[in-house]
Design a protein around this ligand. Structure first.
Ligand code: HEC
Length: 141
């Protein structure tokens, strides 16, 4: 049996479909970034939640987030995104905020005392919750 004209096109059609598939799939790095980045809306909700998380009070118990609000037990986090970038020469804003949650005594804000902020968030919060809180705090400019 001899091949019909249109049958020669078949391998090219296959190749075309494979290439189309490769273009349609999102690049893997972009996907990973989307998974890694916290969700600021979920972070805001968690920050302001009145109910305790795993037996510890949430952030809004001690922190206001607006500039006109009085400092509660801790400093207002209004403008924290910009301050966090300058707190430590070898930490990005994101790294500083992560350390602030997990090891609050690593850096003590001037005028405040060590040991007042809850020290157990590293255990009480899931990595996702910490990412969400960081994403939210990075919106406080
Ligand atoms: C019991 C009160 C209390 C709670 C609850 C609390 N904090 Fe704090 N936080 C403090 C105090 C006091 C300080 C200042 C002393 C220090 O630097 O540790 C502080 C400091 C910080 C700082 C550093 C601010 C700066 O200007 O560098 C960040 C960021 C922060 N807290 C985030 C959080 C987040 C997020 C939560 C919730 C997961 C939280 N805090 C819960 C009391 C609290």
């Amino acid at each position: 049996m001899t091949l019909q004209h249109w049958q020669y096109a078949f391998p090219f059609l296959l190749l075309f479909l494979v290439m189309l598939g490769a273009c349609a799939a999102p690049p893997p790095t972009q996907n990973a970034a989307a998974i890694m980045a916290g969700d600021e809306t979920a972070g805001e909700k968690l920050f302001n939640q009145t109910q305790q998380i795993a037996g510890v009070p949430t952030c809004s118990t001690c922190h206001a987030t607006t500039s006109d609000a009085a400092n509660i037990v801790g400093p207002s986090l209004s403008g924290i995104a910009a301050r966090a970038a300058n707190r430590s020469p070898d930490q990005s804003a994101e790294e500083y905020l992560r350390t602030s949650i997990i090891s609050p005594n690593n850096y003590i804000v001037e005028g405040y005392m060590a040991g007042v902020m809850v020290q157990t968030y590293g255990m009480a919060l899931t990595p996702k919750q910490i990412d969400d809180l960081i994403a939210y705090m990075l919106t406080l400019e």
